[in-house]
Design a protein around this ligand. Sequence first.
Ligand SMILES: [Zn+2]
Length: 299
Amino acid sequence: MSNIIQKIRDIQRIGNHIPPMDVEVAEPHKCLNCDTEFKGNYCPNCGQKAGVGRLRIRNTIVNFLGLFTKMNRGAVHTIVDLLYRPGFMMREYLDGHRAEYASPLLLVFLVITLNVILPYSSSVSTVYPEQWTTMLQDYPVSYWLTRAWVWLFEDDRRTYLFFGLLLTPAIWLTAKIVRAGKYSPNFAESFHMLLYIISLMLFLELIYNQTKWIPGIGYSIYHVMDHIMAFVVFPFIVFFSVWDCLKLNWKKMIVFMILAPLILYLCFNVMFLFINFVLQMDLPKDIYKQINLLYMINK
Ligand SMILES: [Zn+2]
């Protein structure tokens, strides 16, 4: 058993560093953007690619597909890495292998967009396939663009997002407290880790939401999956990736697993106090009910 785990760990640690490019434009070349004379593939002054010609259908298609499939910075490549080694991947990204992966800021919007445009992909309140054709007929494209933002603030999603964003201070503070040492992330790095975790979660959600297509039992499978995701997969992904990314030993990891949820809970209540009493705004009802300390005390 430990042998198998060791083998999996070895596979997870195989780096996939991008080899240097062949020099495509060898002779001195003038940058079309900033007029700098240079040799090589990219302008040393402004970073624009050498050999930029007129826009053509062919390179338009290649550029668009490249967003998803290209090995460098490709979303698909990044998602695959996130699926089987989230912690290792985040460590690589934080350590400076930026050219290898899609930025989490981009990735999270890409996955959100996929969630919005695919039927059956958002939360329970999403469009049913039988409504799908009438929706397309009845609403213009702008509706679907607006939906991308509405989707973010649907009841379930809001709880997710509030929780998700608060994981940033939770990871950051807990790493400080357990003294993760030189691998300890700063606040911005914690935020990037969190966006990768959210991207992975939303991607998984997109996949298992498709079980709703199965006639009869589809929704039952979905509801079971939803609970498994929330209470098993999500905590596992968070703890596993943090453990791998911060290279914590098991003692620190146990402390982390106890402290992080407590700090998350604390952050939530601090935020609640701020929103409720400083901004004088009401939070969504579901958040009140589920996780609010004051709500419970008042009851
Ligand atoms: Zn230039």
